[in-house]
Design a protein around this ligand. Structure first.
Ligand code: SPV
Ligand code: MN
Length: 640
């Protein structure tokens, strides 16, 4: 086997000879137009190990990209649907979400990144994964693809190479990422690129058969991620959450941030566009906020943030959306709805396909079809799985992949190599009983600690396992951390602390319920919260100071509800939504402090101080006003 570390001329010659034979003249030529011996080593090592029958090197040319698309349909990984350009892909019944249990960091013996980060000894893990990969692609074709994470020609961006035997994965990445072959040609003989090796493994009825050997192993030292015996995008699309883990590690070393954030252009008065980023755990409204009517989208999932002078700038790592389709409907999501119903390249996954080759998903405002094909095979209502659970028409984590340029609300600055200036950062989770719908923090440190690092959410179908359990999910990034949580929080604190005007930090809660369990807000109300945050970031509205932060004044929301939604906003609604719930807030702080105290030994001490101060403010307010305090009680505490 070729050793990645070897560099003698002799070996290089051997590598080139091997590649020439294995790739064939045409693809070999495409590869060597990129002059990079590190790249050759990597590719030859895994071509030799995985031993595909054929290797296709994909350049940025339309013909090459077309080849991948066509292959996905020809080999059955995708099937064409009734609308031109639309295809459907199914993942296995037990392969519908990110597999947290089998996603592990390859770490040297004795190195531990904390209890929240899954690890395996590097030697042991490498041995295991290389054994699984041996000859795994025999009889199949391997696709080599080059991409650029972030805009081209930008200091934010990172180059990547993906090896995969799945044309679905290769096709998906084409819609989601900027092509990088030409960028690689400019890179020279550098090893500054991320590497991904994926194999769906042996297939049975078109889906990965050996899911008991599903593994996602991450090597942050070599910047390689291995993913095998799985097809679900979150486990296989190397450039998405796998690259994110590598990028978090790089960012930590270099002093910038990789975040699980959308970037949204909020349209303020007089044509002004203000950029806000938002971190929400999966399935908590991140994509629907990013695509919201009336505003423009830069990105919906992953952002790189860097300091530029006295400000923070962000770029979208991606150029497309791998979004959750459940609940998308013509009323709440008009822009997306339109896109999903017109010709254009869209990959649906794990939805229901009808006899007419149309798609149906849970929450689509149409009648449920009487039959169809879904991730369980032939489906009729009431069908049960092997465990006796009823199978829904589409999976709750069913997705669509679309290039942002198919959406009419794509922001013009998506490819700006300098990124966009971030004026506000939003943290939001699935919280039925504690946080008010929208609130600004007192300052950067208060925001990072009481909002970002205190973000809790109920678990969802985006990962395998039980749903609806309240868990701490700092910055909604916990699943993707490749550094210790304490270090990550410290990086976040340091990032904004020295800036004269750091972005404001907000929390939102779309899921607040009344005591009787009724949602206190409509889905559309988030449009108003965004407008309020936009104005706050320009100091154009006042706010009311409470023990937990700064909340909107009734009169501003009333105006914004009218202007944005043409809706009346009764004072009673405001009072219910913005009542400060002291017992719930105190209980939350205790839960959060307890986790940090017991599980995160390296968390900066300031976290406890800031949370302790918040507790004291809450206790004082309780003595003065009682346990549930109407915002009107605080309304004389003006904060400009
Ligand atoms: C998420 O779950 O946060 C996603 C989809 O954006 S996945 O690629 O599965 O991470
Ligand atoms: Mn995500």
């Amino acid at each position: 086997m070729v050793n990645l570390k070897e560099s003698s001329k002799e070996t290089e010659k051997e590598i080139m000879k091997f590649l020439k034979t294995k790739l064939g003249e045409k693809d070999y030529k495409k590869l060597v137009r990129i002059n990079n011996t590190k790249l050759y080593r990597f590719i030859s090592k895994y071509v030799e190990l995985c031993n595909p029958d054929k290797v296709f090197v994909c350049t940025d040319s339309p013909e090459d990209i077309q080849y991948i698309r066509k292959t996905a349909v020809r080999n059955g990984e995708e099937k064409e649907l009734s609308i031109d350009g639309h295809t459907i892909h199914f993942d296995g019944y037990y392969d519908q979400a990110r597999d947290k249990k089998n996603t592990k960091f390859l770490l040297p013996k004795g190195v531990n990144l904390g209890s929240h980060i899954n690890r395996i000894d590097k030697d042991e893990g490498l041995k295991e994964i290389h054994t699984i990969l041996k000859n795994i692609m025999q009889g199949n074709e391997l696709y080599v693809r080059f991409f650029c994470l972030g805009p081209k020609n930008s200091e934010f961006s990172i180059l990547t190479v993906q090896l995969t035997d799945s044309s679905y994965v290769a096709h998906n990445e084409d819609l989601l990422y900027r092509s990088g072959y030409e960028e690689f040609k400019r890179l020279g003989d550098s090893d500054e690129f991320l590497k991904f090796v994926h194999s769906q493994g042996e297939l049975e009825n078109g889906v990965s058969k050996n899911i008991d050997k599903r593994r996602i192993y991450i090597d942050t030292q070599e910047e390689i991620v291995y993913s095998v015996n799985t097809q679900y995008g979150g486990n296989t699309i190397g450039l998405k959450k796998l690259a994110m883990r590598l990028a978090i590690n790089r960012a930590s070393k270099e002093g910038w941030l990789t975040e699980h954030m959308f970037i949204l252009g909020v349209h303020g008065p007089k044509g002004r566009i203000t950029y806000l980023t938002g971190a929400f755990p999966s399935l908590c409204g991140k994509t629907s906020t990013a695509m919201i009517e009336g505003e423009t989208i830069v990105g919906d999932d992953i952002a790189y943030l860097r300091k530029k002078g006295e400000t923070i700038h962000a770029v979208n790592v991606e150029k497309g959306v791998f979004g959750i389709i459940q609940g998308v409907n013509s009323i709440d999501d008009p822009v997306l709805w339109k896109t999903l119903h017109k010709p254009g390249e869209i990959i649906f996954s794990n939805v229901l396909v009808t006899q007419e080759k149309d798609v149906y998903w849970i929450g689509k405002n149409e009648n449920i079809p009487e039959r169809g094909i879904n991730h369980s095979g032939e489906w009729t209502p009431g069908k049960k799985d092997a465990e006796g659970n009823e199978i829904t028409p589409s999976h709750r984590n069913a997705r669509f992949t679309v290039n942002l340029n198919l959406l009419e609300n794509m922001d013009q600055r998506i490819d700006d190599p300098d990124g966009v200036e971030v004026r506000g950062i939003i943290y939001g989770g699935r919280d039925s009983d504690t946080w008010v719908p929208v609130e600004e923090s007192f300052d950067w440190v208060h925001g990072i600690i009481t909002k970002g690092a205190s973000l809790e959410s109920e678990t969802t179908a985006a990962t395998l396992g039980e749903i609806g359990i309240r868990k701490l999910n700092p910055m909604s990034n916990l699943d993707f951390l490749s550094i210790s949580l304490g270090k990550y929080i410290e990086n976040n604190l340091n990032f904004g602390i020295t800036l004269k005007n750091p972005p404001l930090i907000f929390s939102v809660n779309y899921f607040l319920k009344s005591r009787s369990g009724i949602f206190l807000n409509d889905k559309a109300d988030k449009r108003v919260w965004l407008k309020w945050m936009e104005l706050r970031s320009h100091k154009e509205v006042e706010a009311i100071k409470t023990p937990t932060g700064l909340i909107p004044k009734y009169r501003d929301l009333k105006r914004l509800f009218k202007e944005t939604l043409d809706k009346d906003y009764p004072k009673e609604d405001y009072i219910k939504q913005f009542t400060l719930r002291i017992p719930e807030n105190l209980a939350k702080i205790d839960r959060v402090m307890d986790i940090y105290r017991t599980n995160v030994p390296d968390v900066p001490k300031i976290l406890f101080e800031v949370l302790e101060e918040q507790k004291q403010r809450l206790n004082k307010a309780r003595i003065k006003y009682g346990s549930y305090i109407s915002p009107e009680k605080f309304s004389s505490n003006k904060e400009e």
